[in-house]
Ligand binder design. Structure first.
Ligand code: G3P
Length: 217
């Protein structure tokens, strides 16, 4: 399973990338706004900076909701860097646009996916990635990981090439369960990635080893 970081924060992207386990980045308008990025030029520059930091797919989301608007934005986004993947919402014009991008060799990430039916449509249109939002499903008292399992089963049964990108990850257990479910990618906040490191027995064991190492000197 590939690890993407779900943020537009450059310090966090650097920290995850320095670990050597980062395969890509996803952003969305809320994450960009959180970093105080404003205006077309600043947004484009920020995507460029991220692409220069991480050697892997960087999802940049369109703001338009019409077929023409999405295509126009997507064409500009892919000019920023070869690693840009155009993130398109799961709406009717979005599906139409994903098909157009597929036919024109432009990679896409279909976002705001909450059902298997939506994931089937995204795959039919040729999306490179599909992003089910598992944390937001959990928030409404459904099991988000069950959706990942269902989409993985459907894609395997049908031979769809779209990669299942588990998004809206909220904790390290989400990452573990998505890995078990067969997700191709998990896009996570830095805190969830770092949470994978934690175990009290590791800390206690290391403390003892260091103490015993002192006795050897
Ligand atoms: O990037 C999309 C997704 O990961 C959003 O996560 O935490 O806002 O539900 P969240």
């Amino acid at each position: 399973m590939k690890f993407f970081i779900d943020t537009a924060n450059l310090a966090q992207i650097k920290e995850a990338n320095d670990l050597g386990i980062l395969d890509g980045v996803t952003t969305n308008p809320s994450l960009m706004a959180k970093e105080g990025i404003k205006g077309h030029d600043a947004v484009m520059q920020h995507y460029k900076t991220i692409c220069e930091m991480v050697d892997g797919p960087v999802s940049a989301e369109v703001l338009g909701t019409t077929f023409e608007g999405i295509i126009e934005e997507g064409k500009k986004l892919v000019q920023i860097h070869k690693n840009i993947v155009v993130k398109v919402p799961m709406i009717k014009d979005g599906i139409k646009a994903i098909k157009w991008f597929t036919d024109n060799d432009i990679r896409t990430n279909c976002t705001l996916v909450f059902s298997a039916g939506q994931a089937i449509l995204a795959a039919k249109a040729g999306a490179s990635f599909v992003s089910p939002f598992i944390g937001r499903i959990d928030d409404s008292s459904w099991d988000g990981v069950q959706l990942i399992e269902q989409i993985v089963r459907i894609y395997n049964a049908q031979g769809f090439m779209t990669e299942v990108l588990a998004a809206s990850i909220r904790n390290p257990l989400h990452i573990v369960r998505c890995a078990e479910a067969g997700a191709d990618v998990c896009t996570c906040p830095l805190s969830s990635i770092l949470g994978l490191l934690k175990h009290p027995l590791t800390d206690l064991g290391l403390e003892q080893f260091l103490k015993d190492a002192q006795a050897m000197q």
